[in-house]
Design a protein around this ligand. Structure first.
Ligand code: NAD
Length: 296
C-alpha cells in the first residue's frame, strides 16, 4: 500500500480521499478548512498541519482544488510544493483548471524530475462517493500507467486525452456542453410546466426521446422529479454555480486562444453569470432552472 498526500478535501476531494483510505492506503491529508480534515481523520487518515508536511515521503501526491490560481499558488514559486515533493513521487493534479496552467505546473515538475499528470474528473459528487468518476488525463502514457491503480480506486473510466494539458482541454469541452445542456433542460422543463405539464412526466418523456441527456436523466434540475439530486435538497452540495462559471470562462479563453466559435457556450456563461450575480454562486449549478421558472 502507498503513502498518499491528498490536498483539497472539498465536495470532490473529500470522498475521493475517503475511497483511497477504504482501499487501505496510508493517507496524509491537508485542507485550509479544519472540518474537512477532521472527516478524513475520523475515517483513518492522518492530518498534516501544512501542504508541505503532507508530502513528506509521499509515494503519490493528489490535489483537488477549486481553480488555476489555487493550483499554481500551491505548487509554484519560492515556497511552492514542488520544492518539497520527493522526486520519486507521482503527482496527480485532479482540479479543473486552464490547460496553460496545467502545462506550466507540469513543466515545472518535470524540471525537478517529478512525474505529473493532469487528471480532471467528470461524474459529480455522486461519482466521487461511489468511486465511479471518469478521469480525463493529460501527460506521459507511462505516468498514466503508474497512476492507474490509484485512479481505479476512485473511478471507473480512465481516458488518455494526450500530452500535458490535454486532459483539461477535454474536460473543458465536456463541461461547456454540460452547462449548455443543463440550461437547455431547464428551459424545456419550464416551458412544459408553464403549459400545464407535470415536470416528472415531461422528464420521463424526454428520457426516452431525442432530447435525452445526462441533466434530464440523472441530475434533473426540477425539484420533486428525482430523489438524491441537489434539486431535492434546495440545491445544496453538488457542483457549484461559480465552478460551472469558472469552467465556461475556461472554455471562452480556450476559444479565444484557438480562434474557435462557441456561441452557445458564451450564452450559457452569461446565464450562469447572471444567476451567480443574483447571489446563487454557492448553489448547485442545476439551480439555473430558477432563472426560467415562474415565481407563481
Ligand atoms: P470545493 O470548493 O468543494 O473544494 C475545494 C477544496 O480545496 C476546499 O475544501 C478548499 O478549502 C480547499 N483548498 C483551496 N485552496 C487550498 C490550498 N491552498 N490548500 C489546501 N486546500 C485548499 O470544490 P469541489 O467541488 O471539490 O471541486 C474541486 C475541483 O473539482 C474544481 O476544480 C471543480 O471544478 C472540479 N470538479 C467538481 C465537480 C463537482 O461536482 N463538485 C465535478 C467535477 C470536477
Amino acid at each position: 500500500m502507498s503513502r498518499i498526500a491528498f490536498i483539497g478535501l472539498g465536495h470532490m476531494g473529500g470522498p475521493m480521499a475517503l475511497n483511497l483510505v477504504k482501499a487501505g492506503h496510508e493517507l496524509v491529508v491537508f485542507d485550509l478548512v479544519p472540518a474537512a480534515i477532521k472527516t478524513l481523520v475520523d475515517a483513518g487518515a492522518r492530518a498534516a498541519v501544512s501542504a508541505e508536511q503532507s508530502v513528506d515521503n509521499a509515494d503519490v501526491v493528489i490535489s483537488m482544488l477549486p481553480a488555476s490560481k489555487h493550483v499554481e499558488g500551491l505548487y509554484l514559486g519560492e515556497s511552492g510544493l514542488l520544492k518539497h515533493i520527493p522526486s520519486s513521487s507521482l503527482v496527480l493534479e485532479c482540479s479543473t483548471i486552464a490547460p496553460e496552467s496545467a502545462r506550466k505546473v507540469a513543466q515545472a515538475a518535470k524540471q525537478r524530475g517529478i512525474r505529473m499528470i493532469d487528471a480532471p474528473v467528470s461524474g459529480g459528487t455522486g461519482g466521487a462517493v461511489a468511486a465511479t468518476l471518469t478521469f480525463i488525463v493529460g501527460g506521459e502514457a507511462v505516468d498514466l500507467d503508474a497512476a492507474r491503480p490509484y485512479l481505479e480506486e476512485m473511478g471507473k473510466n480512465i481516458f488518455h486525452a494526450g500530452e500535458a494539458g490535454a486532459g483539461q482541454v477535454a474536460k473543458i469541452c465536456n463541461n461547456m456542453l454540460l452547462g449548455v445542456l443543463m440550461a437547455g433542460t431547464s428551459e424545456a422543463l419550464a416551458l412544459g410546466v408553464a403549459n400545464g405539464l407535470d415536470p416528472k412526466v415531461l422528464s420521463d418523456i424526454i428520457a426516452k426521446s431525442s432530447g435525452r441527456n445526462w441533466a434530464t436523466e440523472l441530475y434533473n434540475p426540477w425539484p420533486g422529479v428525482m430523489d438524491n439530486t441537489p434539486a431535492a435538497k434546495g440545491y445544496a452540495g453538488g457542483f457549484g454555480v461559480d465552478l460551472m462559471l469558472k469552467d465556461l470562462g475556461l472554455a471562452a479563453e480556450s476559444a479565444l486562444n484557438a480562434r474557435a466559435s462557441v456561441p452557445l457556450g458564451e450564452l450559457a456563461r452569461n446565464l450562469y453569470s447572471m444567476h451567480s450575480a443574483q447571489g446563487n454562486g454557492a448553489l448547485d449549478f442545476s439551480s439555473i432552472v430558477n432563472l426560467f421558472k415562474r415565481s407563481a
